[in-house]
Write a protein that binds this ligand. Structure first.
Ligand code: ADP
Ligand code: MG
Length: 469
């Protein structure tokens, strides 16, 4: 097998930095070209979390870079293990043939067992970005962070269950993934499953339908660490709650760790059985609240370092002062600024940041965007009618724009979930919450879709006028 010329590898990384700056991360330094054979360039990673993430999220740009640098029709494949590191299992989705399951296998095999493949949207790809090293602590999250670290160090002993709640974009998923990565790195063969509540519910329904409940139970009850993101999606799901209650008890009684995140505290999750509320409250409940200005600056600084992006202090302070909602919006702003800079091949300065974030011309008063304006832009973009958006029709060509509208309405206006739901044909607040969640997940996983939504969002930012619902 031929080794890749180091100069070609440098070219490739240079290409990525130039053409796909927003996907580049500091930890890419750990990647290493392994060999090139039969038109396949194999790139070694440090662990299966990186492999899975790169394979799912970065395959296209890497392939493009490989083709541009070699001038040949090369395809890229990510594999666990670099030279000089301990050998990893080649295929993270296949458990080792004998003996104890390897740590790397457990995270990937658990949600992917043959019983019921979760739908792609329900499956969570752990991001190497979401580690404890990159989590900034502040007054609003210190307790949640400390409890997460304790759980990651000693699963099943410190706080069980650990229940983290807080509004969107405040770092719940980040902490959950940091816990998973820390436990996985500890390398002692623990069986860990990280799943979204959506995927859990879907697998459950699927197994009920196929009569495979034993497999479902076995799969979850075998876990030593069960991490479920956005458990508030159990709201109003009576049968899944019942099943989850039994899974919970079995794991809990065996001193296995359970970690849950939710937008709401246990007692406020609509229609959550009393016995589950009391189980959730029986462990450690930590809330996360909005980051302070200082924390926002520190988050931006950490994100910039992770992306090897040099951001002047005045730009950091400007973004932190302007975006006070949550860390996800901060990251969105950073994306927009970075994207503007690289598109126009300009250095990032305060002027560029102001331009990118749609600073109103001096003297003009920033005002509220109306729901109708959002809907007009979305219906225009997707070429559908308002009546379709407000109808009960569930086909994808209408459901997706409807969910995008709800997501943007939530992000860009101060209307409540109920008000937004009401405007979209009398839907209740859980439907709006679900739509926001679905879109957020897809934004994370589908760069093409993220660009679409960003285009509409940019128009919204440029269309602020006085008005109301
Ligand atoms: P949630 O699950 O609460 O909706 P996420 O964990 O998805 O929020 O966080 C949204 C974004 O904000 C992620 O990019 C995450 O890394 C970032 N983030 C949130 N809180 C912090 C923090 N304290 N330090 C660094 N990044 C953070
Ligand atoms: Mg989340």
């Amino acid at each position: 097998m031929a080794k890749l010329d180091p100069a070609l590898w440098r070219d490739m990384m240079g290409y990525l930095r130039q053409k796909h700056a927003t996907i580049c991360r500091r930890w890419f330094e750990e990647l290493e070209p392994r060999d090139m054979n039969g038109g396949i360039l194999r790139i070694g990673t440090s662990n299966s979390v990186q492999t899975n993430y790169l394979q799912q999220r970065c395959l296209e740009p890497f392939t493009e870079a490989a083709q541009a640098s070699t001038g040949a029709l090369v395809t890229v494949q990510f594999v666990n293990g670099r030279y000089g590191l301990r050998p990893f299992q080649e295929n993270p989705y296949e458990p080792p043939a004998t003996g104890q399951r390897s740590l790397d296998a457990s995270v990937a095999t658990a949600p992917r067992s043959a019983v019921a493949e979760p739908s792609v949207s329900g499956e969570i790809v752990i991001s190497p970005d979401y580690s404890f090293d990159t989590f900034v602590t502040g007054p609003g999250n210190r307790l949640a962070h400390a409890a997460s670290v304790a759980v990651a160090n000693q699963p099943g002993t410190a706080y069980n269950p650990l229940f983290i709640h807080g509004g969107v974009g405040l770092g719940k998923t980040h902490l959950l993934q940091a816990i998973c990565q820390k436990i996985l790195r500890s390398g002692d063969g623990v069986r860990l499953c990280y799943v979204s509540c959506d995927a859990f519910v879907n697998q459950f329904l699927d197994c009920v339908q196929k009569g495979e409940m034993n497999d479902f139970r076995k799969r979850y009850r075998l876990m030593q660490v069960l991490v479920i993101d956005d458990i508030h999606f159990l709201a109003n799901r009576e049968r899944t709650q019942e099943e989850f209650f039994h899974t919970f008890n079995e794991l809990y009684q065996a001193n296995h760790q359970i970690v849950l995140s939710s937008d709401l505290p246990p007692a406020e999750i609509p229609q959550l059985e009393e016995r589950l509320v009391s189980r959730f409250q029986g462990g450690f409940v930590a809330s996360i609240t909005k980051p302070t200005y200082e924390t926002r600056v520190a988050i931006l600084r950490t994100k910039a370092t992770l992306r090897e992006l040099s951001l002047p202090d005045d730009v950091l302070c400007y973004i932190a002062a302007k975006i006070d909602s949550n860390a996800r919006d901060l990251e969105g702003a950073l994306n927009t600024v970075q994207g503007h800079g690289s598109l126009q091949q300009r250095e990032i300065t305060l002027d560029l940041a102001k331009e990118a974030l749609g600073e109103p011309k001096s003297g003009s008063r920033r005002s509220q965007i109306t729901l109708q304006q959002i809907i007009d832009l979305v219906t225009d973009f997707y070429n559908i009618k308002l009546s379709e958006l407000q109808s009960k029709r569930r086909q994808k060509s209408i459901a997706v724009p409807r969910q995008v509208s709800m997501y943007l309405a939530r992000k860009r206006t101060r209307f409540s979930l109920e008000q937004i739901g009401g405007y979209f044909g009398g839907r209740d607040h859980t439907t709006v919450m679900h739509a926001v969640k679905v879109i957020e997940q897809r934004l994370d996983q589908d760069p093409g879709f993220a660009r679409e939504v960003e285009q509409i969002d940019e128009q919204i930012r440029n269309t602020r006028t006085a008005g109301s619902i």
